[in-house]
Design a binder for this molecule. Structure first.
Ligand code: PEP
Ligand code: MN
Length: 353
């Protein structure tokens, strides 16, 4: 059920409707939009008694939502969600593309800083790096844990980039929430419903990656879990799905981008690194992702990919990331988007002076 408020409804009227919904034993989610506020009702087993709400001051109409997901849907919020952060103009969603770059895993302070320095100089506003790695083999490198988070905290202080890192369970989520700016939920945990609910109670935005065989509806329902707990700052990320293809690690499903944007107000990023698994395909698919309308990119970069402890073959050398950014800026301009950041050329000029 969805309560659509009149265009000029006051804050007090919105509050009144929310209070009524809570009194009836449900949960109210007020979603302010450019034109009007809509209030989603969750926690109801069956139909909510429409009449009471319809008669309240400021209410335009009460409508039934036929889709299984409500809060992620454009029915409740027509305009795009833009995730904002303190002390930076960078956003996720909005006209500027969010560029997330960094190594697969934080391996050492030296490695993390070497990569951070380069991706920052190339214009990335978000730094990624795993401190908790969900690995296929229990014998593979599992990440540095809290030490990795501390290193990323230093990188934030040094370069001003916002930190995105994965939480793999409730325990690591507590720590990631403390240290990071965005909590990543990985493909393998897309349907870990207790973890999604915990992320929904977190005070930080969440980047939710698509499960490797998840349908569009399953993906949106996973995001719905997070919003239903009250965290509306959620971004999605397409990272490739399993198919019969053997020329890539996964098949990057770029058709998902317009499909999501049609149904949902949430921003959606593309990860061409896990999406292809091969360095030589990362830049072409980054161009394609921006062309198709993605709200940003997540790219793995390593200072010594051949010695990386995970995902070396798909990690770009820093100079390849410079090229990627140059190309992506050009494509972005064609589709009316911008790539904020200082850019390689400006920095090189500044250094030359
Ligand atoms: C990652 O981004 O580090 C990662 C493990 O990706 P995914 O969950 O998409 O496999
Ligand atoms: Mn990786």
């Amino acid at each position: 059920m969805l309560v659509v408020m009149k265009a000029h409804a006051t804050d007090e009227q919105v509050r009144g409707v929310c209070e009524k919904i809570e009194q009836l034993g449900y949960r109210a989610h007020a979603m302010p939009g450019a034109q009007r506020t809509a209030i989603g009702i969750t926690g109801n087993k069956g139909e909510v008694e429409q009449g009471t709400l319809e008669e309240m001051a400021g209410v335009q109409e009460v409508i039934r939502v036929s889709k299984p997901y409500k809060l992620v849907s454009r029915d409740i919020k027509e305009d795009n969600t833009v995730i904002r952060f303190a002390e930076t103009a960078a956003t996720i969603g909005g006209s500027g593309l969010a560029i997330v770059a960094g190594p697969c895993a934080i391996e050492s302070r030296e490695q993390a800083f070497a990569v951070a320095e380069r991706v920052h100089r190339a214009g990335a506003q978000f730094f990624r790096g795993g401190a908790y790695k969900p690995r296929t083999s229990p014998y593979s490198f599992q990440g540095l844990g809290e030490e990795g988070l501390r290193i990323m905290g230093e990188i934030r202080r040094q370069y001003g980039m916002k930190i995105i890192t994965e939480a793999i369970d409730n325990e690591s989520l507590d720590l990631v929430e403390e240290y990071a700016d965005v909590i990543q939920i990985g493909a393998r945990n897309m349907q870990n419903f207790s973890l999604l609910k915990r992320a929904g109670r977190a005070k930080k935005p969440v980047l939710l990656k698509r499960g490797m065989s998840a349908t569009l509806e399953e993906f949106l329902m996973a995001a719905e879990y997070i919003l239903s707990e009250g965290n509306y700052n959620v971004a999605l990320c397409e990272r490739g799905v399993r198919t019969f293809a053997d020329h890539t690690r996964n098949t990057l499903d770029l058709s998902l981008i317009p499909a999501v944007q049609r149904l949902s107000h949430l921003p959606i990023l593309v990860d061409p690194s896990h999406g292809t698994g091969k360095r030589n395909k990362v830049t072409p698919l980054s161009r394609a992702a921006v062309a198709v309308g993605a709200d940003g990119l997540m790219v793995e970069v390593h200072n010594q990919p051949d010695q990386a402890m995970s995902d070396g073959p798909q990690s770009l050398f820093p100079h390849q990331f410079d090229d990627l950014m140059t190309q992506v800026r050009q494509i972005a301009a064609v589709v009316g988007r911008t790539v904020p950041g200082i850019g390689v050329r400006e920095t090189a000029g500044a250094v030359a002076k």
